[in-house]
Design a protein around this ligand. Structure first.
Ligand SMILES: C[S@@+](CC[C@H](N)C(=O)[O-])C[C@H]1O[C@@H](n2cnc3c(N)ncnc32)[C@H](O)[C@@H]1O
Length: 268
């Protein structure tokens, strides 16, 4: 594909999905960090700017966005989405020192970088408030997230999301921690993919680590809730491990909350 076709294909078929995943993950991080001042963002491997756009939606107070992207055509597209942002067209592996920002985001980019663990440590050093890493919701993407999570927790980072505790991940293969973001497909998106459905579910794994302790939820829902007559089954991750909570209609308040809850939500 020519450069222009490649960018157009990314804009139409991938960016809506990576934007949806980043928006879901960052919305959760925002909820956890609360009013902690986040006014600047560094987005590495920014591509066409999906994660920066999502960050701007989640934190209205953001004043400064820096996007680092090595592909000049992609960074030009990012500039068009976010004309006020600083766009650095450079190879992260050649950048000696990363400018410090409140929030550092690597969305779908660490998997393209080698060795990603060392790079994650560099990104953490550049994060004044929090680092968010998002990867595809595959076993491989999850294993990268897990490694970064464990290394940075050991280095003194605090868990912000999605885990309800900084204890070792209780999931074991063939299970893995991932979430899904619903993406509405435009008609051109459907045509390009020869898809019948008007939507797709983008699967992603993520971790957010913070400089200061963050209030964590009692549990996180790690699968689509199962709805049966008078009963909702929630697969949850809690500080005591993963399990299934059965909420019956008799527990009226809990049942009402469970009816509204979805995969990825934090619950008390
Ligand atoms: C799958 S895309 C994700 C783009 C964007 N973050 C998103 O979520 O839509 C990965 C991006 O990382 C960029 N990238 C990979 N290695 C890089 C490096 N060494 N320095 C800067 N950017 C890099 C690629 O050019 C690509 O745009």
């Amino acid at each position: 594909m020519s450069g222009e076709e490649r960018i157009a294909a990314y804009l139409v078929t991938r960016m809506p999905a990576t934007y949806a995943a980043a928006h879901a993950a960052l919305g959760e991080v925002r909820a956890r960090l609360g009013q902690t001042g986040v006014t600047s963002v560094l987005d590495v491997g920014a591509g066409t700017g999906a994660a920066s756009l999502a960050a701007k939606e989640c934190w209205e107070e953001i004043e400064c966005i820096t996007m680092l992207e090595r592909d000049a055509a992609l960074s030009e597209a990012a500039r068009q989405w976010l004309p006020d942002a600083r766009v650095l067209t450079d190879d992260l592996l050649r950048v000696e020192s990363l400018p410090r920002h409140d929030l550092v985001i690597a969305a779908y980019s660490l998997g393209e970088l080698d060795p990603y663990q060392t790079i994650a440590v560099r990104l953490w050093k550049a994060a004044r408030v929090a680092l968010v890493v998002i990867e595809p919701g595959t076993p491989c993407g999850y294993s990268r997230i897990l490694q970064i999570r464990d290394e940075l927790l050991q280095a003194g980072a605090y868990m912000a999301a999605p885990c309800p505790a900084a204890t070792p991940c209780p999931l074991t293969a063939p299970d893995w921690c991932h979430f899904a973001a619903r993406v509405e497909r435009s008609s051109v998106h459907r045509r390009i993919k020869e898809a019948a459905l008007g939507y797709e579910d983008e699967k992603f794994s993520y971790v957010a680590l913070a400089r200061e302790p963050v209030p964590l939820p009692g549990a996180r829902i790690i699968r689509h809730p199962l709805h049966r007559p008078g009963l909702i089954e929630l697969r949850t991750c809690t500080p005591r491990g993963a399990g299934t909570e059965r909420v019956t209609k008799r527990d009226r308040e809990r049942f009402r909350a469970a009816r509204q809850a979805g995969w990825g939500d934090a619950i008390s």
